[in-house]
Ligand binder design. Sequence first.
Ligand SMILES: Cc1ncc(COP(=O)(O)O)c(C=O)c1O
Length: 421
Amino acid sequence: MYNSVMNTSTSPFNPIPLRAQFPALQTMTNGRTPIYFDGPGGTQVPQRVIQAMTHGLTHNMSNVGGPFAASHRANDTVTAARQAAADLLNARRPDEIVFGQNMTSLTFSVSRAIARTWQEGDNIILTRLDHDANISPWLLAAADKGVTVRWLDFDPTDCTLRLDALPALLDSRTRLLAITHASNAVGTIPNVARAAQMAHAAGALVYVDAVHYTPHGPVDVQALDCDFLVCSSYKYFGPHTGVLYGKYDLLDDLIAYKVRPAPSKPAGKWETGTQSFESLTAVTAAINYLADIGGDQPTRRAQLVQAMTLTSQYEMGLSDYFLRGATAVPGLHIYGITDLERLDERTPTFAVSLDGYTPAEVAAKLGEQDIYVWHGHYYAIAVMERLGLLDKGGLVRIGFAHYNTRDEIDQLLAALQEMAA
Ligand SMILES: Cc1ncc(COP(=O)(O)O)c(C=O)c1O
């Protein structure tokens, strides 16, 4: 076992009181507390999110737009969630925030609208580091419109995106760069602001998938200067609801696929059908949970920035701890950045393999010990293809969240050691 028995790092962030807020982290399975290292697939939720969902189902079930109190409450729910998400992402105004079923559905919908503006002979750029939800919608739209797809590669040795290759892919016919804020497989955080600068200089729009990044750092759409950014509340301690940010003028100008009397202005223009008001109540609660971690600050945005800075520093400590321990496990291979000086370029999400076992076997063996990890491709199809692993069972994914501890990592490392032996 790696040489520390500390529960937490020396970071000012302490996960222990926060863990107490998560019922799932207190619930015993097989006589022990499970270890949730499956955050990249979906995080657990604090009690206040569960209460908010119940509150929403109890009080906010009337539809919006009616002349009575329950309907006014539903309106207020949507308004509050839009403001909370605007604070989380640093949108300039709440009507730049669109809610939907999940990131994938939002991306299919918006990609259709964006693709209407493309002409045959145009081109778009996708990256091999992206989750398929930021690839397939664009591939299908490009095929519909006779648009060429260009690929931005990553370096397979450390899974860093090859931004140096981007200028050669861009030209005056480039309409879009779709890029991940962080890889849900290998954890790489590309320099999205730099990529956006280059894409904008060529006149292309920038569509950012922040689903994996959002629980691991402060998202700032203004600093990134992206045109669109998508994330999913269930990856950051909330319910299953997708969130899309779009620059107001673009949301206003683009033609949305919608039914006729629906709102003609953002953000309602982009929200098809009736929203899940109970989920939106819980979306706000999840963002407020994060904001509270930031303590006393003049605004909720400032609280969120502080919270995500504290938690990302703590998570870097977990990554450091894991990486140091993992090198002692014979036959364990880690894909992605392993340089301890570069932990700010990755999330605490590790894709690994262990000699002598398939990824499915590793995950199942850990699962038997109630250590929850994923295996396979986790829809990072292009990543696994590039690494030559798509047909070989992919990799094991171990993902830490701010509610995880060094003690849990010790248990993981001990289990891996035992398997390796
Ligand atoms: C990086 C990334 N992008 C997109 C998605 C798809 O998100 P959703 O389930 O909200 O459609 C996921 C889900 O795992 C993801 O990790």
